[in-house]
Write a new protein. Structure first.
Length: 176
């Protein structure tokens, strides 16, 4: 989808055939899609606007939105698979600030439910998880089967929503 928005074409409908995106070799499909996106995501393209599911956005804001989404779902998948997840604090801090600034938009139907209160003295990851409406487990029911870490490949982008420079583009790396 991001590639389609960057080159100003109609995005594929992921709801119709989500498995069609991965084919028989999901890892290779991911690498190819990632390389195609990176080749198209030039600073000039971050200002490009598009309409999707009834709202207008820019490619730059969409990159931030999917980064926010990917961090949240990385935590979800780690929890569901019994792993302890450690998200990069600098990226989480940036997404936490972005999420708080756009809270009203994120709470619209189909996006996030109500936020939870983060515990007193909570670290940035726990605050981010609470913003998503989730709670860090107090103690694992069983010993974690591994640690899930996010390794971030740095790509310089200009976020026109905040008129600031930042790095991003998360790439999961799992450590057993």
């Amino acid at each position: 989808m991001l590639h389609a928005f960057a080159i100003d074409t109609e995005p594929p409908n992921a709801w119709v055939n989500p498995a069609g995106f991965a084919g028989d070799h999901p890892g290779q499909a991911w690498r190819e899609a990632r390389e195609a996106c990176l080749a198209q995501l030039t600073p000039a393209k971050f200002d490009r606007t598009f309409m999707y599911e009834g709202y207008q956005d820019t490619v730059g804001r969409f990159v931030t939105t999917i980064t926010f989404d990917l961090l949240g779902h990385t935590w979800d998948l780690a929890q569901a698979s019994g792993q302890h997840v450690v998200l990069p604090a600098d990226l989480v801090e940036e997404m936490l600030a972005w999420g708080r600034a756009g809270d009203a938009i994120l709470r619209r139907p189909g996006f996030l439910g109500p936020a939870l209160a983060a515990p007193d003295g909570a670290d940035v990851q726990s605050q981010f998880i609470a913003l998503l409406g989730r709670a860090e487990p107090e103690a694992p029911a069983a010993p974690p089967r591994g640690v899930c870490r996010i390794d971030v490949r740095k790509v310089h982008i200009r976020d026109t929503a905040t008129a600031g420079e930042r790095t991003g583009w998360p790439r999961p790396r799992y450590v057993a």
